[in-house]
Ligand binder design. Sequence first.
Ligand code: AMP
Length: 282
Amino acid sequence: MRVFSTVQSMREWSDSCFRAGERIGFVPTMGCLHEGHMSLVRLAREMADVTVVSIFVNPTQFGPGEDFERYPRVLGSDLSMCEATGVDAVFTPAVSEMYAEDASTIVEEAAISRGMCGASRPGHFRGVATVVAKLFNIVKPAVAVFGRKDAQQLMVIKRMVRDLNFPVEIVAAPIVRESDGLAMSSRNRYLSADERMVALGINRALRWAEARYANGERSARSIAAGIGERISGGGVAVPEYVEVVAAEDMKPVSELGPGIMIAVAARVGATRLIDNVVLGVV
Ligand code: AMP
């Protein structure tokens, strides 16, 4: 497995793959890798000839007072996981390698990114779209895999790729959960044992909503209210938003149905967690 920390070395390797006729599959991450990330890697490996993972805690997608400084950085074990999962190359640049001090160009998606996490984290998706555009230009993948856990991010990237004609296929991967239902996240390691129990309530509330839907409930408003009550019931988790939206454009809807997403962000102690479900046909 190759490890690159400069833009130039990463580019040269990608170019050599291209010349050899190999399709690059790409999984962008912020590191502190877990099974969720590895499921994306396995999908990328199925769809491409060689696989690149980037590990970069991107400062521009963190707001003031967010967890950029304390975001877990565990490069050694990340590299072992990548190697064990058959990754061909890891790109792990320093912030100074990715951003010129006077960088003044951004990529901004201006519709899908407005609500939900975009409303509570102003500038977040601008940082995400900008860094992913840069990574696409450096790694030059034929296919890139993103997780449905960050459903809004996935749709922002899809829109960016369509609108700016990036020659890359975007593939969506299912949410990977712990055995008790908690969506895997690098941020789960912030949780104390008590907080983790509380965090389980997020997924439990989403399962409750699915069951209500299967029993005939169709009101988005009443389901969102029920989820909010369930999450905050213990008094420890604070829901940031509960949104019922169309999965393809994140626009709020009033009626539940197939393809409708219920998305939640909540704070458990100091930790911000997100989760979602997409309703099926019943
Ligand atoms: P992150 O390192 O948190 O920026 O995530 C990198 C990629 O992994 C994103 O496309 C995420 O959506 C995806 N990802 C993170 N956690 C999960 C999970 N539990 N299941 C599926 N994909 C995930």
